[in-house]
Design a protein around this ligand. Structure first.
Ligand SMILES: Nc1ncnc2c1ncn2[C@@H]1O[C@H](COP(=O)(O)OP(=O)(O)OP(=O)(O)O)[C@@H](O)[C@H]1O
Ligand SMILES: [Mg+2]
Length: 403
């Protein structure tokens, strides 16, 4: 079975988005870009690859895909540049290839008027010029899909790439064949920051990418022949319990089916399995938390209760760290300096518990970890020492406020 058969296709959603994207309205997402956000593991990348990309291609677009999570070692800015370079190389004319073969660095007839090697951020040929050239060459709109676009905010080169893409978008939509930008992210907070930043996509349309629903459950049930105990209503309810993660839900459901559980308790067994697997999702991070030094531990607990990204060094925040740390360690410390906090934040970033933007703002790397921490009782201490009502970072589909 290939992957296309093992996933539920979302053709209608793809068609709606592609129609809007490829339209020529100057006020809509065609012009300004589309930003899709949805929680982790709910099918964003699959949708982009299996449904949206073909729908855009059917409407005449040349689709380029930059996956900023594919390789952690490569700067997000460079990933985007590489994607554009590869597209240029693929559409380089035969004449141009021949010119290259004989060692001509520049050529202007039948091919591009510059060397592809010089395309880049600060490398001589601006990203916007390269995209304009590509647009003229292929004579059709370019759709650039950027998966996990918030990563652009984590580095200076990524920021620069976003800035360059905004310029390219404006230029191509005015004077060439159009540039449609589609970006996704798993963290609404980070994506918001990207949208609001000076460099980025002011006015872009932000959409919550809908999680899979009842039609997916019907499709899944029809492939497995579950008993009536696990009917569509029950399964829809349990899919929500699995945080709308198809992979996790399917493996739990298939295991229950395989065990031949058709009795009345099948739903309860499936529910327990899902809960176990959901706990397992955060188990590695929770184990890392147990090993943290008191200051790092205090910082991450405070961060998990903040709805905003923060620099992490304001006087009142530092005061809260200190209080939480003292409550945790039993060895009260009367002061805490900036450098210590800076080093602790650095360690948390290295452990990938905390995400830092190029501007030095911090937030939990995985917003759903906050809920796991709350369930484990790790956040009670913050409420105790600060005496205020806490709101957790992630509030996507559940109400996560703790009074
Ligand atoms: N439409 C679908 N039907 C069935 N399974 C799906 C569907 N979409 C995604 N999945 C499965 O769910 C898992 C996660 O999918 P995917 O990687 O697309 O999600 P994501 O939201 O991009 O995740 P991440 O947050 O890690 O980027 C994969 O195993 C994928 O095969
Ligand atoms: Mg993904």
């Amino acid at each position: 079975m290939n992957e296309s058969e093992s996933i539920f296709r979302r053709r209608q959603l793809a068609a709606e988005l592609a129609d809007e994207l490829m339209g020529d309205s100057r006020t809509g997402m065609a012009w300004s870009g589309l930003f899709l956000s949805a929680p982790r593991r709910t099918g964003k990348s699959t949708f982009l690859r299996e449904d949206l990309q073909p729908a855009l291609e059917r409407r005449g677009a040349l689709v380029l895909v930059a996956d900023l999570w594919k390789n952690n070692d490569v700067d997000p800015g460079d990933v985007i540049v590489d994607v554009v370079r590869q597209a240029l190389a693929a559409h380089e004319g035969v004449v141009a290839r021949a010119a290259r073969a004989v060692g001509l660095d520049r050529f202007g007839f039948g091919g591009f008027s510059f060397s592809i090697d010089r395309v880049g951020l600060g490398k001589g040929v601006a990203l916007s010029d390269a995209l304009a050239e590509l647009s003229d060459k292929v004579q059709r709109p370019i759709a650039l899909i950027i998966d996990e676009a918030q990563q652009c905010m984590a580095t200076r080169r990524g920021n620069n790439a976003m800035f360059a893409l905004k310029a390219a978008r404006d230029e191509l939509n005015f004077a060439h064949h159009g540039l449609r930008i589609i970006a996704t992210g798993s963290d609404h907070l980070k994506l918001r920051m990207l949208l609001g930043s000076r460099e980025a996509f002011f006015c872009a349309t932000e959409r919550i990418f809908p999680v899979l629903g009842r039609d997916y459950i019907d499709w899944f049930r029809s492939r497995h022949g579950f008993s009536d105990v696990l009917n569509a209503d029950v399964m829809t309810h349990l899919f929500a319990r699995a945080a709308y993660r198809p992979e996790l839900f399917e493996s739990a459901a298939v295991a229950v089916g395989r065990d031949g559980l058709v009795g009345d308790d099948a739903a309860a067994v499936l529910e327990r399995r899902i809960d176990e697997q959901m706990r397992a999702v955060h188990a590695p991070a929770m184990r890392t938390l147990e090993e943290l030094p008191p200051l790092d531990d205090a910082i991450i607990r405070v961060m998990a209760t903040s709805k905003q990204m923060f620099a992490g060094f304001s006087a009142s925040t530092m005061q809260t760290y200190r209080r939480v740390m003292n409550a945790l360690s039993g060895e009260p410390s009367s002061r805490l300096d900036y450098a210590e906090v800076e080093r602790a934040l650095e360690r948390l970033v290295v452990l990938r518990l905390v995400w830092r933007s190029a501007l030095g703002l911090h937030v939990l790397e995985d917003p759903t970890l906050a809920e796991a921490m709350r369930r484990a009782g790790l956040l009670d201490v913050v409420r105790r020492v600060s005496g205020r009502k806490l709101t957790l970072v992630s509030g996507a589909e559940h109400d996560l406020s703790v009074a």
